[in-house]
Design a protein around this ligand. Sequence first.
Ligand code: CIR
Length: 278
Amino acid sequence: MSWFKYNYALVRQIPNSLETEAVRMNNSEAVDFKQARQEYQNYKTVLEKCGVKPVEVEKDEQFPDCVFVEDAAVVIGDKAFMTRQGHPSRRGEVILMPDNVLKNKLDLNIVDMCNDKDDSTIDGGDVLFTGKEILVGLSKRTNAGGIKKIADTFPDYPVTSIPVHSSVLHLKSIATMFGEDIMAVGGSLAAKSMFQSIKEKAKFKYQYIELMNDQSSNGLFINGILVHKTQAEIGDRDYQTIVSSIKGKRLETCLKELYKVDGCLTCCSLLINNEKIS
Ligand code: CIR
């Protein structure tokens, strides 16, 4: 059975506060807000073309990064693990989701670490589910306690920690699944050292697509279709590598404005497969 079948995607509107208050690593370029909203609209259209229905939650101006829903929960099968995020400004994004949408609308079983009285943290961007195992980035945002909670919540899968280089935000900033057993990885020095750990520590073998730019390695594999970034964003060489490596259907979309605040393709949706509500 394929683990990359989905029928819904939870997405969240972009708040105005993102423009000036979103957490950033290095990039200080201004976000063109109109363009960001247009790109985001196109992103949702691409999800629909993949056979996924976006369920949109209202923005919350208190949480400038709330559009990046991937960090707020980890969904595998019918279980949704609500994270306590690594960055304090982002905690509470899920709790304040109107209607408790994951439980009430999307009918998922909720496991919630948000109110745990310890210092465990995890961002969904560090959780790479390969279909066979879960690789979790040990990063500035995700600690060993958080990784243990992922292992406790999803006991059917091996869980392995991968150290995330300090210049990289999340594990999925440099590695995501581009197909069944196909993993794309970035080419920076930091990404290469993380890739080495993946090869050494993962319990299963994958076909690896090695790309030059880290941002080229972030894509979504949905219902047999790869969604990846555009040629203009990732450059000719990585674009050609993707085109020649992927035999199945591909769709392209651009989120370059959200990339300025460290957003990517995976982080703007939570993909869900729940046949009970199809
Ligand atoms: C943050 O620093 O938390 C946001 N500005 C970007 C989060 C991106 N999340 C992701 O890639 N999973």
